[in-house]
Design a protein around this ligand. Structure first.
Ligand SMILES: Nc1ncnc2c1ncn2[C@@H]1O[C@H](COP(=O)(O)OP(=O)(O)OP(=O)(O)O)[C@@H](O)[C@H]1O
Ligand SMILES: Nc1nc2c(c(=O)[nH]1)N=C(CO)CN2
Length: 167
């Protein structure tokens, strides 16, 4: 068994409906916990609409490649097409970390699967929902999520706003 932290986001179409459908699909995939939805300003160089984001923790029989395959299945089910890097999309599901049951983090350096996710430590849209879900969360190789958030510009962190009440 492994445990994966997934980041879900989207900024096209029915953002909340798409995210809720994906989160519901995770209930049959060993969903352990999920954050509420947050509204987040676009991260990165592309000018684009505001995102809704959430973080989910899942535990199941899949290995790291299996969690990535699930991420792609969810994106495909949301009608996502792959166009501009870091650009607008109906649904983006990133695998943030995968951990074995003994606590060992899985590390991968392939272009197809890099673990931990190479940008998670600098993305308030990942760290804020993750910390709300798990105050003891740690990003392997980077440290406590709480400390990573404290190191980000305040405006990045304050831009991430809770969009729905506690689930
Ligand atoms: N940890 C990971 N989680 C999800 N995709 C990954 C990961 N590591 C590598 N990839 C690869 O990245 C490729 C491009 O993903 P995608 O189009 O979602 O990029 P992006 O969302 O624009 O950028 P980012 O991955 O920085 O959020 C995917 O085909 C996937 O195989
Ligand atoms: N706020 C926010 N910004 C992003 C997001 C996202 O999910 N949320 N995903 C991106 C794709 O890599 C690029 N920028």
């Amino acid at each position: 068994m492994t445990r994966a932290v997934l980041s879900l986001g989207g900024n096209l179409g029915d953002r909340a409906g798409t995210l809720r459908t994906a989160l519901r699909a995770l209930t049959s995939e060993g969903l352990v916990a999920r954050s509420v939805l947050y509204e987040t300003p676009p991260w990165g160089p592309v000018e684009q609409p505001t995102f809704l984001n959430a973080v989910a923790v899942v535990r199941g029989d899949r290995d790291a490649a299996g969690w990535l395959a699930l991420a792609h299945e969810l994106e495909d089910a949301a009608g996502r097409t792959r166009e501009v890097r870091w650009g607008a999309r109906t649904l983006d599901v990133d695998v943030v970390t995968v951990t074995a049951d003994d606590g060992t983090p899985v590390r991968c350096d392939d272009a197809d699967l890099t673990l931990p996710h190479p940008h998670a430590h600098e993305r308030a849209f990942v760290l804020v929902p993750w910390l709300a879900l798990d105050p003891a969360a740690e990003l392997p190789g980077h440290g406590p999520v709480r400390d990573l958030l404290a190191a980000l510009p305040a405006e990045d962190v304050e831009g991430v706003r809770r969009w729905e009440q506690l689930a």
